[in-house]
Design a protein around this ligand. Structure first.
Ligand code: FAD
Length: 381
């Protein structure tokens, strides 16, 4: 389908596709099996300047938006969502700075993120605060020129690998969500440690860890936005990064679909290729229909966001839910079409099915997205 991308967007997509097919595909199975962080691929993305596609020009980036970020994520995910999420998590860490950073903060961090010299991360979730993020317990107490952070974070993508973390902590417990603030915390700050690394079902090339703050000294100028605006910083960031999860889902689904079609044409049973059986043809047709629908919804949401629209929580959540549900269905069907070969690690679709699952869970599980969408619908009418 023609998606009416600009010439520049087509170039970005083509370049990301080339890196994905020529490099990511070669390491996907090994990195998944051994849990290897894809620093070499991130370096390649930096070399080709794809690390800066969503960063404003005045801070050394290409000046694109959510669409450009999603095009890269989609293409990387066609071969390995673990690699894609390692790239996307830097965008998740960079967006709060793009949206709410003071000029000095933007100048200090964004050009290095654009060049791929800094890897970023976003640290909101805690052991007892997953879907209910407003109940986080990590505290930040102002003492002289520093905020002193105490607590821990769970499930942090790029944990241990990132150089800069946007961390959410409670500055005023009495104010609930309005008492949460966001901070930029650099690797190496006193009292900041990386904890346990998670042994995950999928996206195993990405690093997911605990973070620990023990009297961690964060300079007061590293407060992002104003005190008490952390919850808004997080929610406005998610509005822009949930399409990134949708892009990951579309890419995973596309990858699985391509493998399934090729396999169905080659594998012969009952004297005919699998692709001659109508039951298989209908599965392939449904995969195509759903992927195209998810991609169209994703790209139109990206265009809406990048056009400067003010409110797009509903659209952003909707494309994340739809695309992630499509990815789960398409990858499961791809495994089915490939029979026993779909179920073993010799072919990439079993990895894709494992990778797809997390797109229904992270950046707010799909139940929470449906809550967001429903509350917006009810407000509208
Ligand atoms: C691989 C991975 C990477 C991640 N990376 C990051 C990261 O970089 N930064 C970060 O801050 N976080 C990260 N997360 C955390 C992620 O955002 C949370 O896991 C997610 O929001 C769900 O929280 P939870 O796991 O605590 O589940 P819970 O909140 O315990 O929910 C469990 C289930 O109950 C459902 N549920 C909960 N409340 C409701 C409700 N009110 N109505 C209906 N259903 C409900 C949920 O939808 C879910 O299905 C990551 C998670 C994973 C798995």
């Amino acid at each position: 389908m023609e998606y009416f991308l600009s010439e520049e967007q087509k170039i970005i997509k083509k370049l990301a596709k080339r890196i994905s097919d020529e490099y990511v595909s070669k390491v996907a199975i090994k990195y998944d099996k051994e849990g290897i962080f894809p620093k070499d691929i991130l370096d390649l993305l930096a070399y080709t300047e794809l690390t800066g596609v969503y960063i404003p020009k005045e801070y050394g980036g290409f000046g694109g938006g959510v669409m450009e970020m999603c095009l890269v994520v989609e293409e990387l995910s066609r071969n390995c969502a673990g690699v894609a999420v390692s790239y996307a998590a830097t965008a998740l860490g960079a967006y709060p700075i793009i949206l709410y950073g003071k000029e000095e903060q933007k100048k200090k961090y964004l050009p290095k993120i654009a060049k791929g010299e800094l890897i970023a991360a976003f640290a909101l979730t805690e052991a007892d605060a997953g879907s209910d993020v407003s109940s986080i317990k990590t505290t930040a107490e102002k003492k002289g020129d520093y905020y002193i952070l105490n607590g821990s974070k769970h499930w942090i993508t790029n944990g241990g690998e990132a150089d800069v973390y946007v961390v959410f902590a409670v500055t005023d417990k009495s104010k609930g969500p309005r008492g949460i603030s966001a901070f930029i915390v650099e690797k190496g700050y006193e009292g900041f440690y990386c904890g346990k690394k998670e042994d995950k079902m999928g996206i195993r090339a990405s690093s997911t860890t605990e973070l620990i703050f023990e009297d961690c000294k964060v300079p007061k100028e590293n407060l992002l936005g104003r005190e008490g605006t952390g919850f808004i910083v997080a929610m406005k960031t998610f509005d822009r990064t949930r399409p990134g999860v949708a892009a990951m889902a579309v890419g995973i689904a596309q990858g699985a679909y391509e493998h399934a079609v090729r396999y169905a044409k080659e594998r012969v049973q009952f004297g005919q290729p699998l692709s001659s059986f109508q039951a298989i043809q209908h599965m392939l047709a449904d995969m195509y229909i759903n992927i195209e629908a998810a991609r169209a919804m994703l790209y139109s949401t990206c265009r809406m966001i990048d056009s400067g629209a003010k409110d797009f929580s509903k659209e952003s959540s909707a494309c994340k839910v739809f695309a992630s549900d499509v990815a789960m269905k398409v990858t499961t069907d791809a495994v089915q079409i490939m029979g026993g070969n779909g179920y073993v690690k010799d072919y990439p679709v079993e990895k894709m099915m494992r990778d797809a699952k997390v797109t229904q869970i992270f950046e707010g599980a799909n139940q929470i997205q449906r809550n967001i969408i429903a509350s917006e619908i009810i407000k509208e009418y």
